[in-house]
Design a protein around this ligand. Structure first.
Ligand code: RAM
Length: 896
């Protein structure tokens, strides 16, 4: 796993390597962190050099920017020559305005294939393949090398999931490769350094092929698909070996390869795996291979960090519940696998079943949250000493496991092996309330388990799909916690690949129904869900300042607005109620106390869909302005005005009431600036009443009433309109609906519904996933509003930082950090017994920051100096008080 940087340590000039570092085009957005001791020094110039050797010897230099007079440390695009299969080293030197200079250590990036013509080999399908949901086949090749190569790479991908062995040793530690893309349009390949696997003399490569998302069971039973992308698994690989003299030789997949079977008797994402260890080494070549059609222009170098294992978790409880049956609790709900170590007789069998929760008595598994997914491992021992097994081609979402042994065998150990897409961690948070800290931790675990190459709704049941709505609402939270840019960039490319002719975005991306339209007609185009095509690039832009993410997606964003406009000539959306109809919208999904139609909301679909239509149109207009696409900007500005007017006409009465008097309605309207100025104060009062009117279980009169999409914006919207106190009260509610209820009930990940387990301990019978990150979107508010770490909306990417905390004595002390492309931002506050606040924050060198203190702050000092009247006024103003980089400590008194 990627480690976060150590706290408080001086950092030298550090390069930000492209993620992943193997590329198939010129890398963009190279950047660096200034040394941490450069707070008082401004960069005035830089030079970036690229060479083919790490010593940057004269003959190896390929490109330099020369000395560029600039204070920017980001977004340098490589513009030098590029050849395939080449490692490039790069380094940076900077000059400061006080005369200092600094140089970085070198970093590297490496090219794989730069064009389809570079992609050698054929996609080969094993003739031994028995088809989907049966024994996994393999392809193999033996070859001889005169000497051990000086360097060697394996470029490899598959139809289905692959596991590769060279000379019997597994290649790489990545899981479920090559991940999930819209395979027919875009197929990712991986690059591995295999020099250490190879030897002079005889060598062998063997690749096992599992069904995976490509052709295994996908979607819930009513819409189950098998062979979603094709009915043959296959492998495309090139082993490229370079000797000391620099001569390259390749072994590529072609018709000379052989095929066999593997010990994996059955595997699938939902069903699990059946593995017979007695077959290890016994399933070797019995057939040939067929060359399968493949358009090589669809090949892309792996675009996001792969899925990897996190540190294994040991059981916190392990007990026998019957002869040969052991119940294990790992104490943490995860997505991943288990690693079993066993000892016993050849032919003895072990079955592992899983669950997120236990039954009411705590005596056995309750696996109802898996719905139609079988989620079972069956392993047959080979015997003869200790042996270990971890499934090869599946993953599961679980906290508990039940191990059943039949025959003579003993469970030596069992570990939980969490998986996650290996994105760099960028966030930390803690406060004085342990329930809130656990909530934050639960959101982190839900991110880990649900970011498995695509952002999934949940990792356990018969879905595990890239639901666009869930990912959209969680993306800002995720982007505080991880460097999500490569992950979302990849996923957005699949979103665009799966976009329909009419501009509709599918409800799930990648869209396994794409070639099976009749299976789920019109599974496209919902408000909020489809709006991910606008909102997610905007989030990435906000966190990175990378214009390319906007440029790349703008055409698809425009098409999406075209789709919405085609159904809304008067500016108002009128979604149909049946999911199979064009323009259907899910609405504020899983809203508590909503109507019983859908699992759903009492905020009208027309209202929600029109608000999103407006929000996305405005986002397109803003993106187009940033990109200098004036015509697109003007067109969408005018359209946004039209939608806003239509919204106000249709949904706000002449006396300023909203047509739907739900909390969600006020959230959508305020978040998107849809309430006319004249009705602001009145709408705020109405909003408060909508929060207090339900009353009952919680603090008298106050009750949360939003579904997944309004909840994501609930606290930020309350903060935006000055209702911080209500926001914090809602956060602190410990009954359902409320975030802390599930924490008190022992949740270790975020639940799909507020009442996933009721007060009596009875689990919900539907929508009962215990690992659904959507409600975890509240964590955004922890960083953005409580700690006050914000990207400047006028200049995204954290080169310009807004420091705008909100203080709540009941959470003090509180601290948070976020690692940006410029370095780490830290912020934290304490409140003493007299109500005096001490707020310390650090912004990295090379950035600008403005401090905005909450209304009512008085008696303000900074770094032991009282602020002047003008400074204090600025710190309380809209534009804020400019502060220089480094660590600052502010003290203040809050208005009573
Ligand atoms: C559920 C998913 C997801 C939601 C959709 C509409 O089944 O789990 O959370 O986005 O439906």
């Amino acid at each position: 796993m990627s480690e976060t940087k150590p706290e408080g340590e001086e950092m030298p000039l550090t390069l930000i390597a492209p993620q992943p570092p193997v590329v198939d085009a010129a890398p963009k957005n190279l950047g660096w962190h200034l040394p941490t001791d450069w707070s008082a020094q401004r960069q005035i110039a830089y030079e970036l050099e690229v060479a083919t050797t790490s010593d940057f010897a004269a003959g190896s230099m390929v490109w330099t920017t020369g000395r560029v007079v600039s204070d920017s440390s980001q977004h340098v695009d490589y513009q030098g020559p590029l050849s395939a299969h080449q490692r490039y080293y790069w380094r940076v030197r900077i000059w400061g305005d006080a005369g200092a200079e600094a140089s970085s250590e070198p970093a590297w990036f490496e090219t794989a294939k730069l064009s389809a013509a570079d992609c050698r080999g054929e996609m080969i399908g094993p003739q031994t393949d028995p088809g989907a949901e049966k024994q996994a086949p393999s392809v193999a090749k033996r070859f001889t090398l005169a000497s051990k190569p000086a360097s060697a790479r394996l470029y490899i991908t598959s139809f289905g999931i692959f596991r590769c062995f060279i000379n019997g040793l597994r290649v790489g530690a990545d899981e479920l490769t090559p991940g999930w893309t819209s395979y027919r349009e875009r197929l990712g390949y991986l690059t591995y350094d295999i020099a250490e696997h190879l030897q002079a003399g005889d060598n062998s490569i063997e690749v096992w092929l599992g069904d995976g998302w490509y052709r295994g069971e996908i979607c819930w039973p009513a819409h189950r698909i098998v062979n979603a992308y094709g009915d043959r698994v296959g492998c495309l690989a090139e082993l490229r070996m370079v000797d000391e003299a620099g001569t390259a030789r390749s072994v590529v997949t072609d018709s000379s390869w052989t095929s066999g079977l593997t010990p994996v008797l059955m595997s699938g994402i939902y069903p699990g795996e059946i593995y017979d260890a007695r077959l290890e080494g016994e399933t070797g070549p019995v057939g040939g291979v067929d060359v399968l059609p493949l358009d090589k222009s669809t090949l892309v170098a792996q675009e996001a960090p792969p899925i990897r294992e996190l540190p294994h978790l040991q059981p916190v409880d392990q007990r026998s519940i019957g002869p040969g049956v052991t119940l294990v609790d790992f104490g943490q709900n995860v997505a991943g696998a288990v690693k079993l170590t066993l000892s016993g007789e050849r032919g003895a069998t072990v079955r592992v079943n899983f669950a997120e929760i236990l039954d009411a008595e705590g005596k056995d598994l309750n696996s109802t949250s898996f719905r139609g997914a079988k989620v079972q491992l069956d392993y047959t021992l080979k015997g003869g000493g200790e042996e270990s097994y971890q499934p090869v081609f599946t993953f599961m979402g679980f906290r508990h496991a039940r191990v059943t042994i039949t025959g003579q065998a003993r469970l030596v150990s069992i570990e939980s092996v969490p998986f996650t897409s290996d994105l760099v961690e960028t966030g930390s948070f803690s406060c004085s309330n342990p329930l809130i800290n656990r909530l934050h931790e639960n959101a982190r675990w839900s991110l880990r388990g649900n970011f498995l190459d695509v952002p999934m709704d949940c990792p356990q049941r018969d879905e595990r799909l890239g639901w666009t709505g869930d990912a959209q609402i969680f993306s800002p939270t995720a982007s505080y916690l991880r460097d999500t840019a490569p992950f979302f960039r990849k996923w957005l490319r699949d979103m665009v690949a799966d976009q329909r002719e009419d501009g509709a975005i599918s409800h799930v991306v990648p869209h396994p129904n794409r070639y099976h339209e009749a299976n789920m007609p019109n599974f496209y185009g919902s408000a909020c869900w489809g709006d991910a095509i606008c909102a997610v690039p905007w989030t990435v832009w906000t966190f990175t300042g990378d214009r390319d993410i906007l440029a790349e997606n703008l055409p698809a964003m425009v098409r999406w607005i075209g789709y919405l406009t085609s159904m809304s000539p008067d500016g108002v959306r009128h979604p149909p109620t049946r999911i199979v109809e064009r323009g259907f919208t899910f609405g504020d999904w899983v809203q508590p106390q909503g109507s019983t139609v859908k699992p759903n909301p009492n905020t009208g679909d027309d209202f929600v869909a029109t608000a999103y239509y407006f929000a996305s149109t405005r986002t397109v207009a803003r993106a187009a302005r940033i990109l200098g696409e004036t015509a697109i900007a003007e067109q969408h500005e005018a359209l946004a005005d039209k939608i806003k007017a239509a919204f106000q006409r249709e949904f706000i009465t002449p006396t300023g009431r909203l047509l739907y008097n739900s909390q969600g309605a006020y959230v959508f309207a305020f978040a998107n600036d849809l309430i006319p100025e004249q009705w602001h104060d009145k709408a705020i009062e109405d909003f408060k009443r909508a929060i207090y009117r339900t009353g009952g279980l919680n603090e008298p009169g106050l009750q949360l009433g939003t579904g997944i999409i309004a909840t994501a914006q609930l606290l930020p919207t309350l903060s935006k309109i000055g209702l911080h106190d209500i926001a914090i009260k809602l956060l602190l509610v410990e009954t359902s609906p409320g975030w802390l209820y599930q924490v008190k009930r022992g949740a270790t990940t975020i639940w799909e519904r507020w009442d996933g387990i009721d007060l009596e301990g009875t689990p919900a019978t539907s929508m009962n996933s215990y690992n659904h990150y959507a409600y975890g979107a509240v964590v955004y508010w922890f960083y953005h509003h409580l700690a006050g770490i914000q990207a400047d909306p006028q200049a995204p990417g954290f080169g310009s930082i807004i420091i705008a905390p909100e203080f709540h004595a009941e959470l003090a002390p509180l601290q948070a950090s976020h690692d940006t492309r410029y370095g780490r931002i830290e912020a934290g506050w304490q409140v003493d017994n007299e109500g005096r606040v001490t707020y310390s924050f650090t912004t990295p060198p090379g950035t600008k920051a403005r401090l905005k203190l909450p209304a009512g702050a008085a008696d303000i000092t900074m770094d032991d100096r009282a602020l002047s009247r003008e400074e204090a006024a600025r710190s309380l103003s809209q534009e804020g008080l400019p502060v220089s980089p480094g660590r600052r400590t502010v003290t203040l008194r809050l208005a009573a």
